[in-house]
Write a new protein. Sequence first.
Length: 594
Amino acid sequence: MAQRRRPGRTLLGFFIGLAIAYGLVALAGTWTPTLGLDLQGGTRITLIAEGSPTEANLTEAAGIIDDRVNGSGVSEAEVTTQGSDFIVVEIPGQSRRDLVETVERQAQLRFRLVACTSLDNRCGPSGTPNQPEEPTPSDQPSGPVITPTPSAGTGGQTEDPTDPQTDGSANRAPASYGQQGGQRDGKNDGKQDGKQDGNRNGGDQEPTDSPTESPTGEPTEVPTVPEGDLGDPLIWIDSPDQASVAAFQAFECPPAGEAALVEDDPDRPLVTCDDQGVKYLLSTAMIEGTQLTGAEAGIPPQQVDWVVTLDFDGSGTETFTAISRALVDTGKQFAIVLDGQVISAPTMDGLITNGQAQISGNFNERTATSLATSLRYGSLPISFEPDPQVETVGPSLAGNQLAAGLLAGAVGLLLVMLYCLLYYRGLGLVVLASLAIAAAATYALVLLLSETANFTLSLPGIAGLIVAVGITADSFIVYFERIRDEMRDGKSMPVAVESGWARARNTCLAADAVSLLAALVLYIFATGVVKGFAFALGLSTLIDLVVFFWFTHPMVSWLAKFPFFSRGHRFSGLSAETLGIDSINLRGTVEGRA
C-alpha cells in the first residue's frame, strides 16, 4: 500500500481554503449569524382575505407565500392559516422589508403597450391625442430595455426594415396577430375598420362612464369603453380613444415611492404610475403573467447590472413575437405591470422570437430577486385587504431556554473531547484539533450563507449542528480503530495509517451518506424550523467529510513521521500495552503480510 507522500501540501491547501472563507466573511462585513424567529424575534404580517375564500384557496395561498419567503434560502419564515380569513406570516428579523413586500404582493402580472406618459406630449392637454410622429434616435427613451437573453439570442432570426412584408406596417403586427388583437375573447368580431377609426379618433361614441378624480389625488378609474371600440392595441397606442386620454389627464399619481391604487382590468386600458411618480396610459393587456413559465434574477455574463429573465409559454411566445416585430427599434415602450403598478417600461431592443427575454432597469439584488421570486411562484388565488397589519414580535424562546440549549451542547462536546483524550491519548489531540477546525469551518459557512442564502440560525438549527458532532466523532473512532487493528496485524504505524485509511474511508462515506440522505428527505418534505434543522445537519455532515479527508487523514499521516507515534510511546495511544500486543513493528510489515 503506497503511503501518502506529502500530507503537508494537503494541510496547506486546506488552511488556504479556510482562510479564503474567512476573507469572504470579512468582505461581507458581518461576524454574527442571522438568528431565527425563536432567538431574535422578527416581523409578523397578518393578511386578511377579501370575500369568503374556501379553505382550499386559503391553504394554497399560504403555500405560495411560504414558497416566496423561503424560496431564495432558508429564512425559516413561518406561514400559518388562522380561521377562515387570516394568513399569518412571521419572518425572522425586524427590518426585513424586502420579505414583507414579497408577502404583500399579489403578483398579478400583465404586459401592456404604452400609449403615452407624463414625460412626453403624445396625449395633448386638449384631450385630443396628438398624431404620432416617426421616432428618431434622439426621441427614443434612454431608459430600460427589453432584450433577448444573451444565451438564447433571437434564434438567428432577423428582419430587414425594408422587407416587403414589413414595409409600410412597421408599427403593426402581422395579419394573423391583427385578427387576434381585434377579436379579443371573441368580442370584437365583425367590427368595421371605419367604425374603429372613428372611435379611436374621438368620434361621436360616448363612453359609458366618465372619469372621476378627487382633488386629493385619489385613483381615477379608466372609463368603461363599449366592446369593440378599441380594436388592435398596436394601433390604439398611436391614437388612443378620447375617454382614455381624458382619464389620463385627470389622474394624479401618489407621491414617489407609493403605489397607485387602481383597478387592473385586463380588458380595459389602464392609467397608472410607476414608483417614481411617472404616469402612464396603457393599452389592454397583451400577455398575462400566467403565460410565464419562468422568471429568474441574476447578472448576465460580462454585465454589472441585475436583470430579470422571463420565459413565455407557447401562446405567450407567439404574442410576444408579434409585439417584438411591431415595436423593435421604434422607441415605443412596452410596460410590465405588477399589481397595477408599472415596474418597468422598456423599449424593444432586438427582435425576440423564442419567448426568452430579460428586463433590465433600475434593479438591485434585492428588488430583482423579490420580483423574480413573486413571479416564479405565481399569483395568489385570493386577494387580501390593503394595508395588512405588520408588527414586531419578540423571540418565542426565553433567554434561559436558549442558554440551557447551548449549555447542553457545550457539555456534550466536552464529554466527547474528554473521552477521546482518555481513550486515544495522543491521537485524541487530533480529535480536538479536527473538532476545532470543523467548528471554524461551520461558523464561516453559516456567516456566508446568512448573507447569500438568507440562512437563519434557530434553536433547531443549532441542534442540527450539535448532532453532527457525534457524526464527526464517529469518523475519528472508525479511522483510529482501523489503524490499531492494522498495527495488531504486525504493520508499522506509518503503513497502518494508509492501509487503515483505505478501509475506514468507505465505512465513513457510507455512514455520512445515510446522514445526508436523511437530511435531504427532511429538507424536501419539512417546512419552517424543521427544514432549518435538516439544512444544518446536512451542512455539518458535508463539513465532516471535508475535514476528515483534507485535515484528519493528512494530519495523522504527518504525525506518523514522529517517533512519539511511530514507536508507540505510552501516551501516544498506540503503545504495545494499549494495543494488547508484545511489541510494535518499527520496520514495515511482518513477514508474509502485504
